[in-house]
Structure formats: structure tokens, C-alpha cells
Write a protein that binds this ligand. Structure first.
Ligand code: PMP
Length: 376
């Protein structure tokens, strides 16, 4: 049975072109780019080329603003760990921001509306009352695909004298970047969400912004991130950034069409289904809630049909508490429990979407009939 993969918000396939770019740096040139010999200098040049590729994708003025990290989690932790003052963060941030913030008494969550967008009145009120040093708002949510008005939120943070951080992990290739010209001071991203391997991330920090290293060690990355450069992964990140810079807009439009096909296919055939987030949310994420079903039962049923997806998000699965994101948008328990996240990528085909639609219709019918719920 072939696999239809609809879990791209959790991780994506490495693009074969990215793999090709990485391969020479495993067994041919494996030198440490901080060394002085010519092989090391060649590896160093590859790291710097990747930095330029990422800077170009991000629309960053100066490639030295790009810092390579092990993942977006590390990048998010670095930004939050830089500040000792008050912090505002959206209630739907990834756990690498939310859990850190919840662990301090200096942080306050900004509520979101039922579509998963920041409540601007509450945000404005919190800015003037809390007087934060840092505001952290993700560009695209990983569970429901809601997209924030980062320009407006960032400008409001700056007017209030705060630094502004955006976790753009799910927004790369799907939303506007052009970071240099926008009211953003820090952005964080992860290679494995856009066809580079796992274990490589980027922290973009606008020149002159404060930064406290997360780890203590050598002088790598201009003393901002210690640890030997992971050359193959950095090269992979650069290659993936270059591809998405050239192909992202076309891909994104294709994914949006597939998402519409998926949502229309399911909502026209299944009753009591709700689409979470905004109607025009991120092109690659569809979060669907089926009234009075269990998302995990649907997931297992789909798995048996060769379809990979997630109930809620990979980061909150297995917690047994219900997704904090779905709670934050005020989804009632009877809907929340029956939620599945389906996420697309460059490699998703129309045939796979059609197979997903027919399988999902059958899976919901199975789960509902087992529970004695009258279906379609
Ligand atoms: N932020 C967001 C929005 C994410 O979706 C993820 C991955 N689920 C992360 C951060 C963490 O990324 P990484 O796996 O690179 O730590």
C-alpha cells in the first residue's frame, strides 16, 4: 500500500535537490569550517553561501543577521532567553514559546478570536498596561493555519517600545517575508518544515538587536551560537531556501487550490463538520472538526487506509488534555475532540487529495456508526 502523507505541518520530505546539495559534505568534505586548511575554507564558503541563500529568501539586508541553530525550538528559546523584562505572547504560540512563557511570572498571553487571530483590542490594552520588553507572535499557526497581521502587530509593539519576535516556521513559502522592511526584530524558522532535513533552524536577528547566546562555548556564528557548524544540514537549509524563494509563490497557489478541493470535497459529503481557523488561512493546513467523533479514531482509521495525518498537532498529541490552541479559539469539547489536521506540501498531488476525501468520508462514517451516531 502506498502512503498518502498529509502531515507536512509536522515535517516534510527532504527535496531530492536538497539532498544532492548536502551529500558532498558527509564523506567528501567533512572538515570543520572553523579550521584554517583549504578543505575547511571550502566548507566555510558553503556555510556562507547557505547564509546568503537564507538571507535572500528572508529579504534580510545583511546575511550576518542569519544565525544557524539546531532547530526552531532553540531559536525561539534564544530570543525569549535574551530578555529579562515582561513578555507578551499569543495564546496560540508553539510550545517552544508558550511553555517557556508560562514558566515565568513575567509573561502574559494575548487572547485570540474564534478564527485564531489576535484580539487587537486586548493586545492594545495589554501593551499599555504590561509595557513588555518583548512581544512574540507567530505568523502562521501550526494547528489551524491562522495567519496574523504581523505588520500591524509589530508596529503596535514598536510604538509601545517593545521588541517584536515572530516564529515564522509555518509561514516560510506561504506568507510574505521581506523581513528587513517590516516591523520585526527577530524571526525563527525550521528547515524540516520546508523540505530541508530535521535538526537545522535559523534565527534571524535584525542588526543591532540584543541577543544572549543560548549555549556557552566557542566563537561560532560571531559569538552568538556556540557549537561546530553542521555543514551538511546548513547547506541543505540554504538549498531549500533557494528553491522556495524561486518556487514558493507557485507552490503556495497550488497548495491553496488543493486545500480548497479537500475542504469542499469533505464538507459537501459529511454533515456536522467545521473548518477551524480562517477561510483564507495558510494554504497548507486544513483543520477539520467532526462533531461528536474522536479525532484519534479517525486518524487510526485513516492510517489503516495508508493516510498519515494528525489529531490536533504532533506537538500536543499524547497530552490527553485537549489542544491548547483549539481551547484558545473557544472550540466546544464536542467539536474539539473530533479534530484532525491535514497538511499539504510541494509533493502533494490532486490524486492524493481525492483519495483523502473519499477515505475521510468513509472513516468518519465508520467512527460515527460505531458510536451509534447517524451519519451522511
Ligand atoms: N514553531 C512552529 C510554529 C512549529 O510548527 C514548530 C514545529 N512543530 C516549531 C516551532 C519547532 O520546530 P523544530 O522542530 O525545528 O524545533
Amino acid at each position: 500500500m502506498s502512503i498518502a502523507y498529509f502531515d507536512n505541518a509536522a515535517s516534510t520530505k527532504v527535496d531530492p535537490r536538497v539532498l544532492d546539495a548536502m551529500l558532498p559534505f558527509f564523506c567528501e568534505n567533512y572538515s570543520n569550517p572553523s579550521a584554517l586548511h583549504s578543505c575547511a575554507q571550502e566548507a566555510r564558503a558553503a556555510v556562507e553561501r547557505a547564509r546568503e541563500q537564507v538571507a535572500e529568501l528572508l529579504g534580510a539586508e545583511d546575511p550576518s543577521e542569519v544565525i544557524f541553530t539546531s532547530c526552531a525550538t532553540e531559536a525561539n528559546n534564544t530570543v525569549l532567553g535574551t530578555f529579562c523584562g515582561r513578555l507578551l505572547y499569543s495564546a496560540i504560540e508553539h510550545p517552544s514559546v508558550r511553555n517557556l512563557a508560562e514558566g515565568t511570572d513575567r509573561a502574559e498571553a494575548i487572547p485570540v478570536d474564534e478564527e485564531g487571530t489576535i484580539r487587537e483590542d486586548a493586545y492594545a490594552e495589554a501593551l499599555s498596561r504590561v509595557k513588555p520588553e518583548l512581544v512574540s507572535v507567530m505568523s502562521v499557526n501550526n494547528e489551524i493555519g491562522s495567519v496574523q497581521d504581523i505588520d500591524k502587530l509589530g508596529a503596535m509593539a514598536h510604538d509601545a517600545g517593545a521588541h517584536f519576535h515572530s516564529d515564522i516556521t509555518q509561514g516560510v513559502g506561504k506568507t510574505e517575508l521581506n523581513l528587513s522592511t517590516r516591523p520585526i526584530d527577530y524571526a525563527t524558522l525550521s528547515g524540516h518544515k520546508f523540505h530541508a532535513p530535521k535538526g537545522i533552524g535559523v534565527l534571524w536577528a535584525r542588526g543591532g538587536s540584543p541577543l544572549k547566546p543560548f549555549m556557552c562555548g566557542g566563537t561560532h556564528e560571531s559569538q552568538r551560537r556556540a557549537g561546530t557548524h553542521n555543514v551538511p544540514l546548513i547547506v541543505g537549509m540554504g538549498a531549500a531556501a533557494d528553491i522556495i524563494r524561486r518556487e514558493g509563490a507557485t507552490e503556495s497557489a497550488r497548495m491553496r487550490d488543493l486545500r480548497t478541493r479537500l475542504i469542499e470535497g469533505v464538507t459537501s459529503k459529511v454533515k456536522d463538520v467545521k473548518v477551524n481557523g480562517q477561510e483564507n488561512g495558510a494554504p497548507h493546513i486544513a483543520s477539520l472538526s467532526f462533531y461528536r467523533t474522536e479525532g484519534e479514531s479517525i486518524l487510526i482509521n485513516l492510517d489503516a487506509r495508508g493516510i498519515c495525518c494528525t489529531a490536533g498537532s504532533a506537538c500536543s498529541s499524547g497530552r490527553g488534555l485537549g489542544s491548547p490552541i483549539l481551547n484558545a479559539i473557544g472550540l466546544e469539547q464536542d467539536w474539539l475532540r473530533g479534530t484532525v489536521r491535514l497538511s499539504l506540501s510541494r509533493f502533494t498531488t490532486e490524486e492524493e487529495v481525492d483519495y483523502l476525501v473519499s477515505s475521510l468520508v468513509a472513516a468518519v462514517e465508520d467512527v460515527r456508526s460505531l458510536a451509534g451516531y447517524a451519519n451522511v
